[in-house]
Design a protein around this ligand. Structure first.
Ligand code: DGL
Length: 269
């Protein structure tokens, strides 16, 4: 496989840019193509069947662009469509999700401990994190809470302010999220409210920076497969969205931490 080929990263929208940003910071020589399915956002409330069909279509687009690795940078899609995507893509590219690297990290650091998880309704109801953590057999208790207001709140620019603090405090005060030693941010958008969550727990609970854990996994996988790009002097980054609005363009800058040029690429012509 071509080492110069891009990494493909996709999400239901622009929240996955938090993961793309971590990948870009860790692997600055890599070319990458980002695809945000803004036409079908949010995935968190969609059926498994719908998410699976969008995922396959996006994999086709990324394969057409010769991606060497496809990262499903969306927790909802990772929980609903990872196995299917991996089977579909087969040997044409490596497929990674955002859940397995975090589960592995928990397994290494939190035996016999209680961990919290917040995410969309789709991610929480899938029970994927629980099944994978139970499989580790490390006596880790997982306490889960769906927090569906958080992603749209952040997308509207409500973070680091008093309104978002009220909503965050209300969710985190739930009985499920007490007596935990770490909290998994099981949604692409949540890194933007990480400081508020840390403060809520008075800095006594580790808030897992899932984006950087996932970026490490991408690096490891490329290194193991001998697919790291050795020589990209001027790596390219392309950002596609299935529906373009000015508001997506503005939010993209916040999630990626730098100006990005979004290009419209309809999922179905
Ligand atoms: N990207 C989604 C996730 O990580 C959050 C937004 C959505 O519901 O589409 O679950």
């Amino acid at each position: 496989m071509d080492q110069n080929a891009p990494i493909g990263i996709f999400d239901s929208g622009i929240g996955g840019l938090t993961v793309a940003r971590a990948v870009h910071e860790l692997l600055p020589k890599e070319n990458f193509i980002y695809f945000g399915d803004t036409a079908h956002l949010p995935y968190g409330d969609k059926s498994v069947a719908a998410i699976q069909s969008y995922t396959i279509k996006i994999c086709d687009i990324l394969l057409k662009q010769q991606c060497k690795l496809i990262l499903i940078a969306c927790n909802s899609a990772s929980s609903a469509a990872y196995e299917l995507a991996r089977e579909y893509v087969g040997r044409r590219a490596k497929v990674l999700n955002v859940i397995d690297p975090v589960v592995a990290y928990i397994g290494q650091h939190y035996s016999d401990k209680t961990i919290g998880l917040i995410g969309t309704k789709r991610t929480i109801s899938s029970n994927v994190y629980r099944k994978k953590i139970d499989k580790l057999n490390k006596n880790i208790r997982l306490q889960c809470l769906a927090t569906p207001l958080l992603a749209p709140m952040i997308e509207e620019g409500y973070f680091n302010n008093s309104i978002s603090q009220v909503i965050i405090t209300d969710y985190l005060s739930s009985p499920e999220l007490q007596q935990i030693e770490a909290l998994i941010l099981g949604c692409t958008h949540y890194p933007l409210i990480q400081p508020q969550i840390e403060k809520f727990y008075d800095y006594k609970v580790e808030i897992l920076n899932t984006a950087s854990i996932v970026a490490e996994e991408v690096k490891q996988t490329l290194a193991t497969e001998n697919m790291l790009n050795p020589n990209s002097m001027l790596p390219y980054k392309k950002f596609f969205v299935s529906d373009y609005t000015q508001s997506f363009a503005e939010s993209a800058k916040i999630f990626f931490g730098a100006t990005v040029q979004l290009e419209h690429y309809p999922l179905w012509e």
